[in-house]
Design a protein around this ligand. Structure first.
Ligand SMILES: O=c1ccn([C@H]2C[C@H](O)[C@@H](COP(=O)(O)OP(=O)(O)OP(=O)(O)O)O2)c(=O)[nH]1
Ligand SMILES: [Mg+2]
Length: 170
């Protein structure tokens, strides 16, 4: 049931037999997206899955493609590029880059299954202003566990983390 304050978003159904994205409950942030195809994902396999819709978001809005937590918890299904970014100017089919993270089980999805959810939100465009020095802050360049985690872990160091030597804080 649309509320008067709902944002109007133009949508094209590229697949006339699939339902439009819909919110399961009032107050939900995510509208569920459906797969337009049957597919089976082997353990570790990924696939770019069509949803049968195309959008024209109003200027200043973005749609983010998020995983559904139930499928993630039960089957290890996620999205490789989570959250996927649907730009306001994009007019092509919305697709979902699914991945089966389960180490042992294949996952079968049927056309029409709800595979992901679309969260539409406002965004800011930045004007990047180059400076020689950034304003100081209490965090500074501390990150990657600098405030402590669980167990004995401290800040992450080594080649997989950000190389601090490039920002002068090493
Ligand atoms: O999960 C996604 C992510 C993106 N897109 C579409 C809409 C988006 O506007 C476009 C480009 O996405 P992105 O900018 O993330 O990809 P890119 O690799 O940077 O491609 P491009 O060079 O086209 O910007 O692809 C999807 O349909 N699903
Ligand atoms: Mg891009």
């Amino acid at each position: 049931m649309p509320a008067p304050e709902d944002l109007e978003v133009a949508i094209r159904r590229l697949d006339p037999d699939l339902p439009l994205p819909s919110y399961a409950h009032a107050g939900d942030a995510g509208a569920d997206l459906h797969t337009a195809i049957d597919l089976t994902l082997a353990p570790g396999e990924r696939a770019l899955v069509p949803t049968g819709i195309a959008l024209a978001l109003p200027a200043g809005f973005v749609a983010l493609v998020h995983p559904r937590s139930g499928l993630a918890a039960r089957h290890g299904l996620s999205i490789v590029n989570t959250p996927g970014t649907i730009d306001a100017g994009y007019r092509g089919e919305v697709k979902v880059l699914l991945i089966n993270h389960d180490p042992a089980s294949s996952l079968e999805l049927r056309r029409g299954d709800r595979i992901a959810q679309l969260v539409i939100q406002r965004y800011e465009r930045a004007r990047f202003v180059e400076v020689d020095e950034l304003p100081s802050s209490s965090r500074g360049s501390g990150g990657y566990g600098s405030t402590g985690g669980f167990g004995a872990g401290g800040a992450v160091t080594g080649t997989t983390a950000h190389d601090d030597s490039r920002d002068g804080s090493a």
